[in-house]
Design a protein around this ligand. Structure first.
Ligand code: F6P
Length: 322
């Protein structure tokens, strides 16, 4: 292996830059040439390759976003797109690839492996934490902290006005941001796609809940099957007009910001291990950290988001919110 390439893909997440830095510096240490591909799979198709060295990743460990830019490539979904990408990689003499992204990125990598013989390993970069084979994806911890900070502020105003707030957080398919942040802010209820949402039960709980509590915060994952925060809030408002109800959608602020210390450390370990995994001959695996140890999970297993949540955790959530 003489030359490898690295790219970031899908939704950006805080810590992607720290991961990229680790990939580039580890490659340099092992005397590998290293290329960066701009705009993920799109750039692979459009031939957006740049030469990288230790200096190109200086001073980025603390920065959110990704200096390589990112995209959700439609062209890579086509066989023609993937073939063009492969031709470009061959023309640039790429012997190995490191992808930093989420489940869409790894699903794309699996499709690509049907026509490509270039080894490819993945680093889990997504705020959603919806990958199997790592305790924390890159960016999840920062996103949780962003949500907690925002909801603490909402709590101040909610408490002052005795209001009921529905706060929608990101997570198209997964409620893991909602769950962890909801515990962190002491939410009165957490609505996530992994559990069946019973709006009637929520109304009942609100109607009969502890009256001494003046503010109430309900965290809603955007991907919940009962609808987003607006839809659920409308149903509740219609039945409980006595509540002064408001809705806040946190949106993309959850994807930005300086990565937390935990995200920087995890990203560094994962990026470093990704290059060493390529050198050890590994391919089509995601590098993760489970119980503090580096583990390698085949992409086909990594993308199977587990729907069952820890029942003890769910029980605790219900007890603490009473
Ligand atoms: O995959 C991460 C994520 O932030 C999801 O939580 C969210 O649903 C989605 O990306 C939003 O994507 P986009 O920025 O492309 O609208």
């Amino acid at each position: 292996m003489k030359k490898i390439a690295v790219f970031t893909s899908g939704g950006d997440s805080p810590g992607m830059n720290a991961c990229l830095r680790a990939v580039v510096r580890t490659a340099v240490y092992h005397k590998l040439e290293i290329a960066g591909i701009m705009h993920g799979y799109d750039g692979m198709i459009k031939n957006e390759f740049i030469t990288m060295n230790s200096k190109s990743v200086a001073n980025i460990i603390h920065r959110g976003g990704t200096i390589l830019k990112t995209a959700r490539s439609k062209d890579f979904l086509t066989i023609e797109g993937r073939q063009t990408a492969l031709t470009n990689l061959k023309n640039h003499h790429i012997d190995g690839l490191v992808a930093i992204g989420g489940d869409g990125t790894f699903k794309g990598a699996l499709e690509f492996s049907k026509i490509s013989d270039i080894p490819l390993v993945g680093c889990p970069g997504t705020i959603d934490n919806d990958l199997v084979g790592t305790d924390f994806t890159i960016g999840y911890d920062t996103a949780i902290n962003t949500v907690v900070e925002a909801v603490d502020k909402i709590r101040d105003t909610a408490e002052s006005h005795d209001r009921l707030f529905f706060v929608e957080v990101m997570g198209r398919d997964a409620g893991l941001i909602a769950l962890r942040a909801g515990i962190g802010v002491g939410a009165e209820s957490i609505i996530i796609p992994e559990t069946k949402t019973d709006v009637e039960d929520l109304i009942h709980r609100l109607a009969n809940g502890r009256k001494s509590k003046s503010s109430k915060i309900i965290i809603v994952a955007e991907g919940d099957e009962a609808g987003g925060a607006f839809t659920i809030a409308e149903k509740v408002k219609a039945r409980l007009p006595e509540y002064d109800t408001r809705v806040t959608i946190l949106g993309h602020i959850q994807r930005g910001g300086n990565p937390s210390a935990m995200d920087r450390v995890n990203s560094s370990r994962i990026g470093f291990s990704a290059v060493e995994a390529l050198l050890q001959g590994k391919t089509n695996v995601m590098i993760g950290i489970v119980d503090k140890n580096i583990v390698y999970t085949p992409f086909q297993n990594a993308v199977k988001h587990i729907q069952e949540l820890n029942p003890d955790l769910m029980r605790m959530v219900n007890i603490l919110s009473l």
